[in-house]
Design a protein around this ligand. Structure first.
Ligand code: NDP
Length: 480
C-alpha cells in the first residue's frame, strides 16, 4: 500500500519514528494508503533544512523565484487528472468538482503569487525637501503553514505560495485527514527544481506536528486555516512568543434573500452555496434568511432543486454531493441534525445518512438537509456544522435580518440577493463579515484581501496582504 512520506530538504523521507496513520477513502470507508505519523523530531529536521536554505533563497532574485514557481504551476496543470483523482478519493468531493474547481484554483494560487512578486513594490514617503522615508520589506525567515482537510490542495497552496514567493522558507503541515495531494505536490516541487529546503512538508497529527510547529521558537510566523477552537489554541501558544499570526477560521454564513431578488438565480445559486463540496467549504451559506412575502414560494422552489441533488459515488459524473470527509466528521454532522430536531426544527428534506449501493456502501454519506422553524439564536443556527445542513427562516424588515445575520460569533462571508442597488450597498456595509457577495457566491479575485471578522479570523490573506504578511517592514528615514 502506498506510503505518504514527508518532504524534507528536497527528499521524500520516512518519519523518524517510522510510525504511520491509516488514510481512509471516505466514500468506501477503506484504508487506501498510509500517512507519515510524524513528530517534533521531524519538525526539527524540517526547520533545519528550511533555515539552511533561507539565506540563498531570500537572496534569489524575484524573477528566478517566479520562474521556478511558474514551472510548478505548469506541472499542476499537466497533472490535473491525477491530482483531481487524489483529491476526490482523499476528501470525498465529486471528481468533476476537483477537476474543474479546486485543482485549477490551486494552480492559480501558485501562478498568481509567482507573477505578483515580480510586480510587488514598497512605499516611499517623501517629507518635502527635508527627508525621504522608504519601506524595506524583507522575508521573515522560516515560517509555518497549517491547512485543513476541506479544500486540501487549494488551501495548502494558498498559504505556501505567497510565503515562498516573498523569499521565505516554509515548514508546512497539511491535514492528516487529506494528505495525498500535498504528497503528490511535493513530487512536483522536486520535478520543478525548487531548491531543497525551501518548502518542507511534515505530515501527521495536529496535536503532534502542528503544535510542535507552532511552539518552535525559531519559526516566527504562522499562517493557519482551520477551526476557531484550534485557532484559539494556536494563538494561546504563539502570542507569548510574539509570533506573527494569520488565522483563517470557521464561519456560519448568512444568505439573505430579499423579495426583490432575481428569483430563479437566487434559488439556483443558493442551492450551490449550501451544498457544494457537501457543505464543507468555510464560505458556504448555511443560514438562509428569506423575506416573508416570498418565503413559501422560495422554499418550494429551493426544496425542489435540493431534492434533485444526487448523493453518491464521488467518481461518477452525475454525483452532486459526495462523501463527508471522515467518519468523525460524519458523526458530528449527524449529531447536529439531532440537535436541530431537539431544538424544535422541522426537517423539510434530508435529515439522515445515505447508503450508496455498490463500492460505496460503507462510505460516509449524508442527505442534503434543510430545516425550518428554528430560532436564530439556537445552537443549530449559531454553531458551525460544516456539512450539508442548512436552515431557512423568514424575516420582515431589513433591520431584523441584519440583527439575525450578525448574531453569531462568526463573521466570514455573507451573500445578499436583491435587485435594489442602494439596499445592496447599505446591507453590505452593515454586515459584519470579511466578504459580502451581492447576487453571486464564491466569486474570488485573488488580488483582494481575504479573511474573517470576529471569531472567523485575524489578519487578511490574498493579494498584497499575503505578501505583506510574509515580510517584515522596516522604515528607512533619510535626511536630505
Ligand atoms: P482543524 O482546526 O481541526 O485543523 C486544521 C489544521 O490544524 C489541520 O492540519 C490540523 O491537523 C491542525 N491542527 C489541529 N490541532 C492543532 C494544534 N493544536 N496545533 C496546530 N495545528 C493543529 O480544522 P479542520 O481540518 O477540521 O477544518 C475545518 C475548519 O476549517 C472549519 O472550521 C472551517 O470553517 C475552517 N476553514 C476556514 C477557512 C477560512 O478561510 N476561514 C477555509 C477553510 C476551512 P489534523 O488534521 O491532524 O487535526
Amino acid at each position: 500500500m502506498q506510503k505518504i512520506l514527508n518532504y524534507i530538504n528536497g527528499e521524500l523521507l520516512e518519519p523518524t519514528a517510522k510510525h504511520y496513520l491509516e488514510n481512509i477513502d471516505p466514500s468506501t470507508g477503506n484504508v487506501y494508503s498510509h500517512c507519515a505519523d510524524s513528530d517534533a523530531e521531524d519538525v526539527e529536521l524540517a526547520y533545519q533544512a528550511a533555515a539552511a536554505a533561507f539565506p540563498k533563497w531570500s537572496e534569489t532574485p524575484a524573477t528566478e523565484r517566479s520562474k521556478i514557481m511558474l514551472k510548478l504551476a505548469g506541472l499542476i496543470e499537466a497533472n490535473l487528472d491525477a491530482l483531481a483523482l487524489a483529491e476526490s478519493v482523499d476528501q470525498g468531493k465529486p471528481l468533476w468538482l476537483a477537476k474543474n474547481g479546486e485543482i485549477p484554483r490551486a494552480q492559480a494560487n501558485i501562478h498568481f503569487f509567482a507573477t505578483a512578486i515580480e510586480h510587488y513594490a514598497s512605499e516611499a514617503h517623501p517629507m518635502g525637501n527635508h527627508a525621504l522615508n522608504y519601506t524595506l520589506r524583507t522575508p521573515i525567515g522560516v515560517v509555518g503553514c497549517i491547512s485543513p482537510w476541506n479544500l486540501p490542495l487549494y488551501l495548502f497552496t494558498w498559504k505556501i505560495a505567497p510565503a515562498i514567493a516573498s523569499g521565505n522558507c516554509v515548514v508546512a503541515k497539511p491535514s492528516e485527514v487529506t494528505p495525498m495531494t500535498a504528497f503528490l505536490f511535493s513530487k512536483l516541487c522536486i520535478e520543478a527544481g525548487l531548491p531543497k529546503g525551501v518548502l518542507n512538508i511534515v505530515h501527521g497529527l495536529g496535536p503532534k506536528v502542528g503544535s510542535a510547529l507552532v511552539a518552535h521558537p525559531k519559526i516566527t510566523a504562522i499562517s493557519f486555516t482551520g477551526g476557531t477552537k484550534t485557532g484559539a489554541e494556536i494563538a494561546r501558544v504563539a502570542a507569548p512568543m510574539f509570533k506573527k499570526l494569520s488565522l483563517e477560521l470557521g464561519g456560519k454564513n448568512p444568505n439573505i434573500i430579499f423579495a426583490d431578488c432575481d428569483f430563479d438565480k437566487a434559488v439556483k445559486e443558493s442551492v450551490r452555496a449550501s451544498f457544494t463540496n457537501q457543505g464543507e467549504i468555510c464560505l458556504c451559506g448555511s443560514r438562509l434568511y428569506i423575506e416573508r412575502s416570498i418565503y413559501d414560494k422560495f422554499k418550494e422552489a429551493y426544496i425542489t432543486q435540493v431534492k434533485k441533488l444526487k448523493v453518491g459515488d464521488p467518481l461518477l459524473d452525475d454525483t452532486k454531493v459526495g462523501a463527508i470527509a471522515s467518519k468523525m466528521h460524519f458523526e458530528k454532522v449527524l449529531s447536529y441534525i439531532e440537535i436541530a430536531k431537539e431544538e424544535g426544527g422541522t426537517i423539510l428534506t434530508g435529515g439522515a445518512s445515505v447508503k450508496v449501493a455498490g463500492r460505496c456502501e460503507n462510505g460516509y454519506f449524508i442527505e442534503p438537509t434543510v430545516i425550518e422553524g428554528l430560532d436564530h439564536l439556537c445552537r443549530t443556527n449559531q454553531e458551525e456544522i460544516f456539512g450539508p445542513v442548512v436552515t431557512l427562516q423568514p424575516f420582515d424588515t431589513e433591520a431584523e435580518v441584519l440583527e439575525m445575520a450578525n448574531s453569531t460569533t462568526y463573521g466570514l462571508a455573507c451573500t445578499v440577493w436583491t435587485e435594489n442597488l442602494t439596499k445592496a450597498h447599505r446591507v453590505a456595509g452593515a454586515i459584519k463579515s470579511g466578504i459580502v457577495w451581492i447576487n453571486c457566491w464564491l466569486l474570488r479575485d485573488l488580488r483582494t484581501p481575504f479573511g474573517g471578522m470576529k471569531q472567523s479570523g485575524v489578519g487578511r490573506e490574498g493579494g498584497w496582504e499575503a505578501l505583506r504578511f510574509f515580510t517584515e517592514a522596516k522604515n528607512v528615514c533619510v535626511k536630505l
